[in-house]
Design a protein around this ligand. Structure first.
Ligand code: ADP
Ligand code: GN1
Ligand code: MG
Length: 371
């Protein structure tokens, strides 16, 4: 079934979710690569408009949507208590699930798609690229703080929504297999990219090996810390809410740091075709390092801090591996909007990895400056 066919049930879903007021309209929204996101507008009795985010959850990616929603309900419930203690605004500083008419956190439609809705966080902006360095710095504080807030969350109650999500050696093996299978005959055009990854096999093991040796702890992490998964308040410029909680699972803190760097400390878009425009920006890396360490506020171990540059390179290499694997497999995972889109994305990631390697000593020095 195509995405269009799945989304045909949107009216049914809208009728079954407990939105307030009278339905006005619903439009596609945002730039996520995984879920199908819409904005729904309703009119309240006093004539004011209320907006919601409605999503068809990607059931291929997240095999157990019920478990995923259990995670999100647990995490947001936990965060709400902390927000109230800090006299914050629970409607804006975390995701608020709108229950279905039968009281569930999601609605399963008659063809088996899973839908969920959230309050729309108004008067905030979600950036697809760093426009002002301060936004990136604020996002660093917020992602670091998010991790610190979740430090005492009962990690054992979390379901693993995507097994081996940031297990880089497993991602490396998946690329090798996709290369051997070569289902679409695309290997011949990407030999250089495959070789680039193969030369870095040893690197892919660093974090997993440290963990196995008992030197790198598992924490409750977000695992998808792109800049467009955070909402920045239009009035104060502060990052007030971390969104896209689908991949919250036990993971390595340095990967949350790293995924933000891979996306935000680049001078080009994730899918930029002109690689001369894609460079690793060391000043943005510095700004993010400062903010992330401030947000974590003493909750990282010395080894975690030492490994921050490794996290940055690991997430960038891993994301490139995932895009390249998806290209070889026929673009079955990430949404694409043009031919070779996943290949273009993989190339930007590998360009950034090369740049990081050239700046490796400086990356470590910067961590040393703020630790
Ligand atoms: P995906 O997993 O596909 O990235 P997200 O949950 O990140 O899905 O949502 C996609 C986009 O929708 C976000 O990048 C953001 O722009 C917007 N969005 C998501 N949740 C909210 C919300 N509660 N309020 C306002 N915008 C939101
Ligand atoms: C996906 O869902 P979204 O667009 O925020 C992906 C991330 C990748 C990212 C690359 C569940 O994030 O892991 O790093 O694309 N999410 C999932 O842009 O696979
Ligand atoms: Mg997202």
């Amino acid at each position: 079934m195509t995405r269009e066919e799945y989304c045909a049930k949107i009216d049914e879903a809208i009728g079954q979710i407990g939105f307030e007021g009278t339905f006005i309209d619903c439009e596609p929204y945002g730039n996520g690569h995984i879920n199908d996101t819409f904005v729904v507008r309703c009119m309240l009795e006093d004539g004011s408009i209320i907006r919601y985010i409605l999503q068809r959850m990607n059931h291929e990616t997240f095999k157990q949507p019920e478990q995923l929603m259990e995670n999100i309900a647990g995490i947001t419930g936990f965060l709400k208590k902390k927000i109230i203690q800090n006299k914050g605004d629970v409607k804006r500083e975390t995701i608020n699930i709108i229950p279905s008419r039968d009281g569930k956190t999601f609605y399963r439609d008659s063809i088996g798609s899973y839908w969920r809705a959230y309050l729309f966080i108004e008067n905030t902006t979600c950036f697809d690229m760093v426009e002002k360095p301060d936004d990136f710095y604020q996002s660093a504080i917020a992602f670091g703080h998010f991790q610190k807030l979740l430090a005492d969350y009962p990690a054992k109650t979390l379901h693993e929504t995507i097994p081996n999500f940031h297990n880089t050696p497993v991602r490396f093996r998946a690329l090798k297999e996709a290369t051997q299978e070569d289902v679409l005959g695309r290997v011949k055009e990407v030999r250089d990219e495959i070789a680039f990854v193969m030369e870095r096999e040893e690197f892919t093991h660093i974090l997993m090996d440290l963990h196995k040796a008992g030197k790198l702890p598992l924490k409750v992490t977000h695992n998808d810390t792109k800049l467009n998964n955070i909402m920045i308040d239009n009035a104060t410029g502060k990052a007030i809410c971390v969104i896209d909680l689908d991949t919250i699972m036990p993971g390595f803190s340095v990967n949350d740091f790293g995924d933000s760097i891979r996306f935000g400390a680049s001078t080009g878009a994730e899918d930029e075709l002109d690689l001369t425009k894609v460079n690793f920006n060391l000043s943005l890396y510095e700004l993010y390092t400062k903010g992330f360490l401030e947000g974590c506020n003493g909750s990282l171990t010395a080894t975690e801090i030492d490994m921050l540059p490794v996290g940055a390179k690991m997430m960038t290499l891993e994301c490139g591996i995932r895009f390249l694997t998806d290209y070889l497999q026929g673009d079955v995972y990430f949404k694409i909007h043009r031919e070779k889109h996943n290949l273009d994305r993989a190339r930007t990631q590998f360009k950034l990895v090369s740049d990081m390697e050239k700046n490796w000593a400086e990356m470590h020095d910067i961590v040393g400056k703020y630790r």
